[in-house]
Write a protein that binds this ligand. Sequence first.
Ligand code: F6P
Length: 358
Amino acid sequence: MKRFNTIGVLTSGGDAPGMNCAVRAITRRALANGLKVKGIIGGYSGLIKNEVIDLDARAVSNIENLGGTILLTDRCDEFKTEEGMQAAIETCKKNNIDAIVAIGGDGTFRGATDLSLRGIPTIGVTGSIDNDITATDYTVGFDTAMNTALEAIDKLRDTCQSHARCNVVEVMGRDCGEIALKSGIASGAVAIAIPEVPFDEDAAIERILKAKNAGKRSMLVVVSEGVFNAEGKPYGEDLKKIIQDKTGIETKFARLAHIVRGGSPTLRDRLTASEMGSYAVDLLLDGKSDCIVAEVDGRIVSFDIKFALTVDKMYKKKLKEGALDGFTPEQIGTMEEICAFRASEIKRLYDIHLSLCE
Ligand code: F6P
């Protein structure tokens, strides 16, 4: 088995609260096992440009409570090119980096696989506010993002109640509606629109009118940024206008956008990031590579990256011809089960929302 002396750690893609706890855990777990640790600044771009710092135990002190990522991040197109990849490998050689832990989402994991294929063992830690990686029940940053959205929506409730208004609130999440769904249920939204479930606009309008007639003053509608109108534009602003026109209720629109990505991580994110970061180092020490660290049924586990990315495509109905080649029937069966479970969970929660939003 390959003996490691130095590992690199990077954060890539959209930052997520809790990433710093993962960086701390990876660094300290590695140091505790006699390894040296290098921090790569600015994600895969930093790897290409040789922007590397030494990380000792003190360098990751008192970062648990910080939002964003102290290692900075980037969405790096150059890393997808062979030239970029070779420059990254060169940086690893120059800095004696034998392995990498990459914290981020699906784009980060695709990059990790490319590094593994070129001889740098790489482990991915799931960090994204979206909770949009199908193989894992949880991605670091999701809990903080939901709570940040909830706090903002609660504030909108105060002013809606005072003025007898409706507020349509758009929240991030890319093509995953979980931030919208969960913050919407928790804030008592009268309607929630997410990409995974067809939105019944007429039923929502009817509900709002019925509630108004029953004396309800404030109406909150939560829309995921991944829901689009017929022209492919975000649906939230359309819905604001439709509600106002059809119900006569003065309706405002708020896009929470990147606010949902900032802030000090919750306990859940700090703890999960600490567990996942530690586990990532253990995997490397165990000789594993090309895996992501995931949470399933409350336990920290790992999946082969190719498996995880393929389940994700299966769930998002983006599988290309031949994508399942090389997987055994058992693996494909497991993928189908994971997708079915995730879809049923979203449906279960959406049904709860519908039964509570009268
Ligand atoms: O993936 C995290 C996320 O915040 C998504 O919710 C959102 O769609 C996207 O990143 C925004 O990306 P950017 O910060 O590059 O605008």
